[in-house]
Design a protein. Structure first.
Length: 259
């Protein structure tokens, strides 16, 4: 059984989290499937943090991580700290590089790394860890041969952690296992997402219905001390989002994942 705990990225079931009543039931459903922890992302913006805390407690689900906007981190840091403490959540994160930095090329990555590091250092003072979630574009190489992820690693504080999305690492032409080892010491939270086929863009699928090398990925994540692996399937809402999460759960249990 894995040392890390597997949880649900609630963005995968965002078609069921638009308002308070829906989120409350969604957390209960996720718990009934077998997930005991989650990442809050994609829920209705008008749901009070106190209500979300109550829903988590009622469902018996913890919140191990979040995705919020980088703008909120810079402009409303104290409120974010209060909310994450309310949820007993130590891993606030963002879902990707803001467009203004991406448009600036390699200089944009370096500038973002510096600004994100300042926030990551502040979070660390509160016992929290800023996590950065990638897509495929961070694996594109610049003229010096370095990728965006390389630049983020080199120019950021060690307080800035990575939340590698291993589907997007593979979609970007890199080896997920290699990258797990590259970020050793700077990744407590990882995203598991399945790749099925080589269409453009690659097809996302429930875990176990594709070609990611999960045994090797499990081994690498345990070797570097990953604490949480969150299941995300962006396109699950196009079919049956809870059904997709249940398939992932059942297949991961067979593979020896701990929930």
């Amino acid at each position: 059984m894995t040392k890390f705990q597997v949880g649900a990225q609630m963005y995968s079931v965002r078609d069921h989290t638009g308002d308070a009543k829906s989120l409350r039931e969604a957390l209960k459903t996720i718990k009934a499937i077998g997930y005991n922890t989650c990442q809050l992302s994609g829920q209705g913006k008008d749901i009070a943090p106190e209500l979300i805390r109550d829903f988590l407690q009622e469902a018996g689900v913890t919140c191990c991580a979040t995705h919020v906007s980088f703008e909120a981190m810079e402009s409303d840091f104290d409120a974010l700290v209060r909310t994450h403490k309310l949820w007993n959540c130590a891993y606030p994160g963002i879902g990707g590089l803001p467009g203004v930095y991406r448009e600036a090329g390699s200089a944009g990555y370096i500038e973002f790394a510096k600004r994100a590091s300042a926030i990551a250092d502040k979070f660390l003072d509160h016992g929290m860890y800023f996590i950065y979630h990638n897509h495929a574009f961070e694996l594109e190489r610049f003229d010096d041969g370095k990728t965006g992820l390389d630049l983020l690693m080199e120019h950021s504080s060690k307080a800035l952690q990575f939340e590698l999305d291993l589907f997007w690492v593979q979609a970007g032409g890199a080896n997920p296992v290699d990258w797990v080892h590259k970020v050793a010491g700077r990744m407590d939270v990882v995203h598991f997402k399945e790749m099925n086929g080589s269409t453009k863009p690659p097809l996302m699928a429930p875990i176990g219905v594709g070609n990611m090398d999960w045994p090797a990925i499990f081994k690498a994540c345990d070797e570097i001390g990953v604490k949480y692996a969150l299941i995300e399937q962006d396109n699950a809402v196009d079919s049956d989002s809870f059904g997709c999460m249940e398939i992932s759960y059942k297949n991961l249990v067979k593979l020896g994942a701990r929930f």
